[in-house]
Design a binder for this molecule. Structure first.
Ligand code: PEP
Ligand code: MN
Length: 370
């Protein structure tokens, strides 16, 4: 059972305190409050856990400061929709809105290599009016002998350059909870010039201790990749680990499944699940066409496979696109062969715009018909 409270309640609001005290006396029931800072209001939700079968919904709805009562399934308790279309989705971060109605592009380097490439990429994004990027500092690699990323050493200058070029959010993978502290420290020392969305990669989707650490902190939202060899349900439960620890600012990313059935693509593209994740949960949904397709092959129509895959995700309502670009793909230390060139960025953005427009028209069409 979930109690959605009236908006903008302070913690010491007498009505809220009264209701909490009443609930806490119920035998066999545990009350777990969740606070969500929305675009214009602060929301409080009270989760009633335990033996809820005996509770009377009408009685709960009559308690002070309760707006409505929503029966919830145990699955995806915080992030799930629970068949309530009124429940808000998403969050605000760095002046940007991330929800199931918005779309943001995070183009950037799979791995930070040198200052020149980072700066040229950020300048190109700024020239195209883009406030977000991706920059890998900590790289989980299949081989221990491959480049592992520059780690904390590159953070000061990556953050400084982001500030210089008006980049407001960097998606950055972490592979250890220590990396959160390193990011904290580098941002503090450089005067908070930008924001970070912590990325948890497909190899760590079920690294529960890492999920708990990223969930315990509230400073950074988290971009969680779907595990490449587990079910969707298992990956959504991994997202719920973040929320159950207190951080419900989570974006869920589809990045393809490890399967020979996707060949010659690197992974089997799974973007048909964009609307499914939106239906099951309140998370904004990201697609990563670069790691799904993993190459720059081109269809006979002249369009790159990875651009076609992007269009499929966006036309299905994706809310974020994570894509590798590189000023000199041949020099890239990780995943150069799948990177878009900076000279292709403008056309790529235009392509995304066309697909987005098609999605908005399709959505309208089905609203009118229903
Ligand atoms: C990445 O985005 O850099 C990455 C390693 O992706 P994934 O975790 O999906 O393989
Ligand atoms: Mn990569």
């Amino acid at each position: 059972m979930l109690l959605i409270m009236q908006a903008n309640l302070e913690d010491d609001d007498p009505a809220l305190r009264h209701t909490l005290a009443w609930l806490q006396q119920l035998p066999g029931i545990r009350v777990q409050p969740h606070h969500i800072q929305g675009a214009s209001q602060k929301l409080t939700e009270l989760y009633l856990l335990g033996d809820t079968a005996t509770l009377n919904a009408e009685e709960l709805a009559a308690l002070p400061a309760v707006e409505r009562v929503v029966p919830i399934s145990t699955e995806y308790r915080v992030l799930g929709r629970h068949s309530d279309p009124q429940r808000g989705t998403g969050f605000d971060y760095q002046g940007l809105r991330f929800d199931q109605d918005t779309l943001h592009l995070f183009a950037g380097l799979c791995a930070v290599d040198n200052r020149r490439n980072v700066e040229e990429t950020m300048r190109a994004l700024a020239d195209h009016g883009q406030p977000c990027t991706r920059m890998g500092a900590y790289k989980p690699r299949t081989s221990p002998y491959s480049f592992q990323g520059h780690g904390r050493d590159c953070l000061p200058w990556v953050f400084e350059l982001a500030g210089k070029h008006g980049i407001r959010v960097i998606a950055m993978e972490i592979t250890h909870d220590r990396h959160i502290d390193e990011i904290d420290q580098a941002l503090a020392e450089s005067g908070q010039p930008t924001g970070v969305m912590l990325q948890i990669g497909t190899r760590n989707t079920q690294n529960f201790e890492l999920l708990k650490a990223a969930g315990r902190q509230q400073r950074y939202p988290v971009l969680l990749k779907r595990g490449f060899g587990i079910t969707l349900n298992e990956s959504l439960n991994a997202a719920e680990y973040l929320a159950s620890e207190g951080n419900s600012r989570v974006v869920f990313c589809l990045r393809g499944m490890k399967s020979e059935f996707g060949a010659p693509h690197r992974n089997l593209v799974d973007f048909a699940l964009v609307p499914v994740v939106q239906r099951l949960t309140r998370m904004p949904v990201c697609i990563d066409p670069s790691h799904s397709v993993g190459g720059r092959e081109r269809a006979p129509d002249g369009v790159l496979d990875l651009v076609h895959a992007t269009a499929q995700g966006v036309v299905a309502g994706a809310n974020m696109v994570l894509v590798d670009v590189h000023p000199r793909p041949a020099e890239a230390l990780v995943d150069g062969p799948q990177a878009l060139q900076l000279s292709e960025l403008g056309r790529f953005l235009r392509d995304v715009e066309i697909s987005r427009q098609a999605y908005l028209e399709r959505r309208q069409l089905w609203k009118e018909e229903s």
